[in-house]
Structure formats: C-alpha cells, structure tokens
Design a protein around this ligand. Structure first.
Ligand SMILES: O=C(CO)COP(=O)(O)O
Ligand SMILES: [Zn+2]
Length: 215
C-alpha cells in the first residue's frame, strides 16, 4: 500500500512537471492537451478538463480505478475514454500524452500524405522514438467515435495523429511518451521546412535496422 502511495505521489508530481515543461516550451497552448499515467495496480491518473498543462495541481488530478470509474479529483479530460482506449491496446503503456503541437497539427492538414504513415524516416531518433505515424480521421474532441478510431490505429502504433487536431502518443513511462511527442513535433517541423527540397530520408534498410534494435 505504501509503495503504491509513493508511486502515485511520484507520478502526480511527474505529470505536473512534464505538463509545465511542455507548456512552457509551447508544445501546446491555452487549455489544450492532456496527460495520463498508469499506476502498477492499473489505476489511471489524468489531467482535469479545461486545465492548462502549465498550471496543474498534483492534488487535483483526476483518478480512475482500473475498472475505468472516476474515483477522485477534478472532472477528467474530455479525452478520458481516448486515453483508456490507448491503454487497452498498448499493454506495456505507462503513460499517454496528447498535445495540439503546431507542426504536427499542420501535418494533419496536408492532403495527400499516406494515412498509414504520414512522415518519412528523416532521422534516426524519429525512427527510434516514433517509428510510424498513422492518421486517425477527424471526429470532434471528446467524441466516443474519436476514441474508437484511436483504438483501431493504436494496435499498429504507439503514436497516432488526429486529423485537424493533434498527436496522441503512448510510452512505457511518462518520460518516454514526452520524448516521443517532442520528437514527433520536431520531425513534423523538419518535414515542413524541407517541403519543395529534394530530401534524402533514411533508407528502408537503415530504418528496419533501427526498428529491430528497438524491438
Ligand atoms: O485537447 C483537448 C481536447 O482534445 C483538451 O480537452 P480537455 O481540457 O478536456 O483535456
Ligand atoms: Zn485535443
């Protein structure tokens, strides 16, 4: 019990710290974005709805039981079901980060990209931390259909991009989810910077070798 409590206290602090770090560096704006983390007993902590990631209170985070019941804290993010869908499909996930990061949102607006994998393997770290980026069709924020569509794509990838909305990324730990989300955003920025240039992404062999090392 004490171990669970200290794990929970640590995770609460980490959600606040990561939220502030992402917000302060403009990875999301206003009250957009949400973060969740899973305790080893299956309980979930989530950011409350309409909260700025830059000003979270560890004591007011929303808590869900392993059965998915809201048991404590402020009213949860409207994307609570989406986060739960991500954990259902990604057994090893310990955290999920959703942002409205500008360059990733821009990618989600470009017509004609491959919806099964939106970005080329520009750098090794993109392949190592993100790997593949499928697109989830547009549904309004908080819609059950959005969460169900994320569930479909989460089977094949821990990172997905919501059309006209933003990225959702799961990680073994909150730090992993954070770093992957940052890598996704920076790669989206590089992709936009390089539009119109002849580019030389990693080859399939180079990409596959990196992915094999991750497995
Ligand atoms: O990003 C958001 C919706 O997609 C923010 O919603 P919440 O304030 O309910 O977390
Ligand atoms: Zn959102």
């Amino acid at each position: 019990m004490t171990a669970i409590l200290s794990e929970e206290a640590r995770l609460r602090d980490e959600i606040v710290e990561v939220g502030k770090s992402l917000f302060d560096r403009c990875f999301t704006f206003g009250s957009t974005g949400n973060i969740s983390a899973r305790l080893s007993n299956g309980d979930l902590l989530m950011t409350p709805t309409n909260a700025s990631l830059g000003a979270l209170d560890p004591a007011r985070l929303s808590k869900f039981s392993a059965e998915g019941i809201h048991v404590d804290g402020d009213k949860p993010t409207k994307e609570a079901f989406l986060h739960q869908c991500m954990y259902c499909e990604r057994a090893g996930a310990g955290a999920v980060v959703h942002l409205h990061s500008t360059n990733a949102v821009a990618i989600s607006l470009i017509d004609g990209l491959d919806p099964d994998d939106l970005l080329p393997p520009l750098t090794a770290y993109y392949v190592m931390r993100v790997g593949k980026l499928p697109m989830v069709p547009y549904f309004p924020p908080g819609d059950v259909a959005l969460a169900e569509a994320v569930r479909e794509r989460a089977r094949e990838s821990h990172a997905v991009l919501l059309a006209n909305h933003g990225p959702v990324v799961a990680g073994k730990s909150l730090r992993e989810a954070q770093y992957a989300t940052e890598e996704l955003e920076e790669t989206a920025k590089l992709f936009l910077m390089l539009r119109g240039e002849r580019i030389r992404p990693l080859t399939s062999k180079e990409r596959d070798e990196l992915l094999a090392k991750q497995a």
